[in-house]
Design a protein. Structure first.
Length: 168
């Protein structure tokens, strides 16, 4: 399997790939939510073509897409946006947000390709942080790659979910 991770820009193809990835990923990731309307409303409000174009063009964000055999398999958004953990307020820190690999491509090689590119982009910062909902299975992956759980209470950015901070 040929795996490559690349930066995405706001071309038609780039936005089409991100729309598919973000929507499918949200459905897979939040399937456990008891009310389907919550995720449907979230997708309608946050994962539109116009919203993604705005986010991709934001100077605060860098978007990465990992491809497996030329098919979009996952994505990550690296950003300076978001509520930082209190311990990082004085540090130059960056966030890996929305790190996701679709279930049908969820293998270590695909995850590692996306993660390695994220780390390469974030190297010049003092710290890297993640805010993920508590039941996210990728938390173990982040911890295995040097991220440490924080005791500080957190809330998911856009959904009514308890989350936690991880810092590297």
């Amino acid at each position: 399997m040929a795996i490559i991770t690349k930066f995405t820009v706001a071309t038609d193809q780039g936005i089409d790939d991100l729309l598919m990835l973000t929507r499918e990923s949200a459905k897979e990731k939040f399937l456990f939510l008891p009310e389907e309307q919550i995720i449907t409303s979230y997708i309608a409000a946050h994962l539109t073509r116009q919203a993604l174009i705005h986010e991709v063009n934001s100077m605060s964000n860098q978007w990465l897409v990992v491809y497996a055999d030329n098919e979009p398999a996952g994505y990550a958004r690296i950003t300076t946006k978001g509520k930082k953990p209190a311990s990082l307020h004085q540090n130059r820190a960056i966030r890996i947000a929305d790190f996701s690999v679709l279930n049908r491509h969820n293998n270590i090689a695909v995850r590692e390709s996306l993660f390695s590119k994220c780390i390469a982009v974030c190297r010049s910062y003092e710290n890297i942080w993640v805010n993920e909902y508590i039941e996210n299975p990728l938390i173990d992956f982040f911890e295995a790659n040097g991220f440490v759980r924080q005791n500080e209470a957190a809330q998911h950015d856009d959904l009514p979910l308890k989350s936690l901070y991880l810092i590297a």
